[in-house]
Design a binder for this molecule. Structure first.
Ligand code: ZN
Length: 510
């Protein structure tokens, strides 16, 4: 009996090695953040309910973790014993409960609204990533996969909160103990004399003393700031950076997980005319479609939907594959769409998008540098890292993330549109279309950024305000309109191109 079981297991192993190892939903807590794709393939069998369970448990654990981390600096700086620390956390939980119990109706309403808006945000996130992992399957299967991914991967929040919050708590603790050992004491705060009412000489005197106190305290703060070690000087900066890096990591992991290979049962479909959707079941291969007259071979022949030029880049070279692919997707979208399969053979389209991302990052860098040149640096006492390097890197990453987000959301909009009009799930081809239009998206991003810089430049030299006065409108509003109108037009153009490419796949046989 055991032998039979062992041989069956072995045959499953050979037939589908990915299916062989199955993880329970709770393994997501350990593995989701470091091995998102493996977690996704090994939890394929997990039900939506279990995935939601992981999600809810994560929310509870994150709340607890935040309370624990918030109490760390107080406890450590005062060298509190662990027992006091536990009592502090307990007190927090009790006061939270008492607050809830006091105005029960209002707080439960607030609680429900907060939970609902958080869940709505997760729902929108699932919708946005659905095209990335969609296959030739019913729409609900694509959405189910997306929701399962978002809920299971939400376990990553624990790691993110632990890393970012932990770093913040440790640095704050270190700063407090450093401040305590700093030899120059902070100037004492002044108390308003009891006799001093506004208008009296005492009050004026007090105000003068207050001004002196503020100046003195400013000097003290600055000396304190300079004396600190570098990692405490820009403490918040490190927390912001770690938060940002974590966010990028989470987005990447989500896409890896939703796009991971999975078993999809083939939908039974009759052989269909690729041009008009006519059922070709009884028509010979040499014949023509009775509805539109196109040859049957052009729908069912061996050369149909052979893939894009980019998919042949290994033979013809990257640049020589990239250019015709880009050109055709933009100038002849309908023809380009005839090359795509509903379920893509590999991850080539994602790689096509990925090679454009460094350019998006550079556009972000150029934007901040240009703005710094135009606006000039403020004479504040900020650091070089905080004022120049950080915003530049953060904005570069933000542009990159925005480009991916707009691609995904556009693919989702077009996919839903075709689900309604054609009653077929075309999320997978719309995602491919959005990826293959990455050059359009990069040029659009460069245009949007350059236009923004030009508007700021013409606001600085008052030209825009003079024009606005002449027309009789608000100057800032005019700048905003000049920026928005062409960008909305470019967005509509992007959506139209995705729709036209996707439309070419609506009767696809493969
Ligand atoms: Zn036809």
């Amino acid at each position: 009996m055991d032998e039979v079981a062992a041989s069956t297991a072995a045959s499953v192993d050979v037939a589908n090695p990915r299916e062989a190892v199955r993880w329970r939903a709770r393994r997501a807590f350990l593995m989701a953040w470091c091995l998102p794709a493996t977690t996704a393939t090994r939890t394929q069998h997990v039900s939506l309910k279990s995935a939601f369970g992981v999600h809810v448990l994560t929310a509870l654990l994150v709340t607890l973790l935040v309370i624990i981390l918030v109490n760390v600096p107080d406890s450590l700086a005062n060298r509190t014993q662990i027992a006091h620390y536990v009592v502090a956390i307990e007190q927090d939980l009790i006061s939270l409960w008492e607050e809830l119990a006091q105005n029960w109706f209002f707080h439960s309403f607030l609680f429900v609204m907060t939970v609902l808006s958080i869940e709505a945000a997760f729902g929108l996130l699932a919708l946005a990533i659905a095209p990335w992992g969609a296959r030739d399957e019913p729409m609900r299967a694509s959405l189910r996969q997306a929701f399962k991914t978002v809920w299971l991967q939400s376990a990553q929040a624990l790691v993110v909160v632990l890393l970012v919050g932990g770093l913040g708590a440790v640095l704050e603790t270190m700063e407090r103990s450093w401040d305590a050992s700093y030899e120059i004491p902070e100037p004492p705060t002044l108390v308003l004399p009891t006799k001093a009412a506004p208008g009296t000489p005492e009050y004026q005197e007090w105000q003068k003393a207050m001004d002196e106190y503020h100046a003195e305290r400013g000097e003290w703060w600055w000396a304190n700031y300079l004396a600190k070690p570098w990692y405490l000087r820009d403490r918040e900066l490190f927390v912001v950076i770690s938060g940002f890096v974590s966010a990028l990591w989470v987005i990447w992991a989500l896409l890896r997980a939703v796009g991971a290979p999975r078993d999809v049962s083939v939908l039974p479909r009759p052989p269909t005319c690729e041009w008009c959707g006519y059922n070709l079941t009884t028509i010979a291969m040499e014949g023509r479609c009775p509805e539109c007259g196109e040859s049957v071979a052009s729908s069912l022949g061996p050369g149909v939907r052979s893939g894009t030029m980019w998919q042949r880049r290994k033979d013809i070279g990257r640049i020589r594959a990239w250019w015709p692919c880009t050109l055709e997707a933009i100038s002849r979208p309908t023809r380009f769409g005839r090359q795509l399969r509903i379920t893509p053979a590999g991850t080539d389209h994602r790689r096509f998008l990925a090679v454009h991302l460094p350019f998006a990052f550079l556009i972000g860098l150029a934007f901040v540098s240009a703005l710094a040149l135009i606006v000039g640096q403020s004479p504040g006492r900020g650091s070089f890292a905080g004022d120049i390097v950080l915003p530049t890197i953060l904005f570069g990453c933000a542009v990159l993330a925005a480009m991916v987000a707009i691609s995904l959301v556009s693919a989702c909009i077009i996919g839903l549109y075709f689900r309604i009009t054609e009653r077929r799930n075309l999320l997978a081809p719309s995602a491919q279309a959005a990826c293959y239009l990455a050059t359009y998206m990069t040029l659009w991003t460069a245009f949007a950024v350059a236009e923004f810089v030009m508007i700021i430049l013409h606001q600085q030299n008052r030209f825009l305000y003079n024009v606005a006065d002449w027309i009789g409108v608000d100057g800032d509003l005019l700048g905003l309109a000049i920026w928005f109108v062409p960008n909305i037009a470019l967005f509509i153009g992007y959506l139209t191109l995705i729709a036209r490419i996707t439309a070419s796949t609506r009767y696809s046989n493969s």
